[in-house]
Design a protein around this ligand. Structure first.
Ligand code: ARG
Length: 459
């Protein structure tokens, strides 16, 4: 007999049972479900809706059930639909009909909403801790490479020299914004829905404030219909996760390029690469590729839930059960990607020589020559044209910019003097970019200091 079987005269079709059950995935919420039930039970007793003795018996039962599930002793079956029914049924089997009093003044609609709020709050905290760990790693690697010079790219064409520290720190700041977004979402996951009942509230003299207090929520939903319908906090989690994954995917793309024979800037550690079943020489950046690939499924979950929600009339509809698998998969995906990246970046081998060569034999100091002419009074647009002609000459003669003589520079513009040649080495280009947020050593040190301070604040 189903817990809701009263008005039915037929058994549920087996296909329907299998189709509508969520237990296969929502058993993950057992901890939250039991915590929520305990708070609800204590409140019912405090409000005189059930007796102290009844509450004690229910609480003991729930405690035991938690142990049973933790020890893997609970048998899950599609016939009992979801985690809420499993726990309630087990409670009644254990302590008798009094177990049936737990569901007074409650519906699975506000119950599942509560479970999800507790779950999302917990996972936001864990995700933020992993983001911080990855930020720490980026800082640690950056600190070792404040004078490692490499090409900075636009359009994947060598643009201007930067330090490897500066490039890595760009990812630090992306993660900083990700962290802030998750923190912001926490504020909206921090609303307590229980007491909404099925949709309209309850006839019992409950105390929602007491449940809020026990579970540490910041505030109550003020509208029972909103409380059981709202999945915004899950959407936000998925949107934040999508942006975070996009960042990790871009980092993956950089790593995959740098790790290629063509670039040769870095070597991923053997422990974080895999081989080929046919080509004995292969060492593939599979982890980075998979992080890039898994970004797609996280985007999919966001789009999936947005689509599930868009046509739903208020309030609860079974469609809402579709909110869980994408969320759970997103949590698992994001957490494993963050953990792997922390470990992988720490073992990254950096070929400073290769990075330097890529920028030394190059035209990347062209902007600095133009800036020189500007400091001598030439409008930037004209300076750009003068240096453009010098670059054209180098390309035609297959020479490097730094191989030009003072005479050749002066032939292009009489404003050039011998000191212009000092600007050409990559070190000089880097050292000259002293503006706030620039790649010069002092600016990067300042950036590192700010980044460190932000991480200290998190402690
Ligand atoms: N398993 C359901 C879900 O995840 C729980 C809520 C069920 N409520 C209902 N009225 N059928 O959405």
């Amino acid at each position: 007999m189903k817990l809701w079987g009263g008005r039915f005269s037929k058994e549920t079709d087996a296909l329907v049972e299998a189709f509508t059950a969520s237990i296969a995935f929502d058993k993950r919420l057992y901890e939250e479900d039991i915590r929520g039930s305990m708070a609800h039970c204590r409140m019912l007793a405090a409000c005189g809706i059930i007796t102290r003795e009844e509450a004690d018996s229910i609480l003991r039962g729930l405690e035991e059930i938690r142990g049973e599930i933790e020890r893997g002793e609970m048998a899950f079956t599609a016939a009992l639909e979801d985690i809420h029914m499993h726990i309630e049924k087990r409670l009644i089997d254990k302590i008798g009909p009094v177990g049936g009093k737990l569901h007074t003044a409650r519906s699975r609609n506000d119950q599942v909403a509560l479970d999800l709020h507790l779950y999302v709050r917990k996972e936001i905290k864990e995700t933020i801790a992993l983001i911080i760990a990855l930020q720490e790693t980026l800082l640690a690697v950056a600190e070792k490479h404040t004078d490692t010079i490499m090409p900075g790219y636009t359009h994947l064409q060598r643009a201007q020299p930067v330090t490897f520290a500066h490039h890595l720190l760009a990812y630090f700041w992306q993660l900083q914004r990700d962290k802030e977004r998750f923190r912001d979402t926490y504020r909206r996951a921090d609303w307590m829905p229980l007491g909404a009942g099925a949709l309209a509230g309850t006839t019992f003299p409950i105390n929602r404030e007491m449940v809020r207090e026990e579970l540490g929520f910041a505030r109550l939903y003020e509208n029972s219909m909103d409380a059981v319908s709202d999945r915004d906090f899950i959407l936000e989690f998925l949107a934040n996760a999508s942006i975070l994954m996009m960042h990790l995917s871009r980092l993956s793309e950089d790593l995959i390029l740098w790790n290629s024979q063509e670039f040769g800037f870095v070597t991923l550690d053997d422990a974080f690469t895999t081989g080929s079943s046919i080509m004995p020489q292969k060492k593939n950046p599979d982890v980075a590729e998979l992080v890039r690939g898994k970004t797609g499924r996280v985007y999919g979950h966001l789009l999936g839930l947005l689509t599930v929600l868009k046509g739903l009339p208020l309030t609860y509809n079974k469609d809402l059960q579709e909110d869980k698998e994408g969320l759970f998969d997103t949590v698992d995906t994001v957490k494993s990607c963050l953990a792997l990246y922390s470990a992988m970046l720490r073992t990254l081998e950096v070929d400073k020589e290769k990075m330097y060569q890529a920028v030394d034999g190059d035209l990347a100091s062209a902007t600095d020559l133009a800036d020189y002419l500007v400091r001598k009074g030439l409008p930037f647009r004209e300076a750009h044209a003068v240096v453009g002609r010098l670059v054209g000459k180098c390309v035609a003669e297959k020479r490097r910019l730094k191989e030009l003589t003072v005479e050749e520079l002066q032939a292009a513009s009489p404003l050039f003097a011998a000191d212009a040649l000092d600007l050409l080495p990559p070190e000089a280009c880097v050292a000259a970019r002293t503006s706030r947020g620039g790649t010069a050593a002092a600016a990067v040190q300042e950036q590192l200091r700010k980044a460190r301070a932000l991480l200290e604040e998190n402690r």
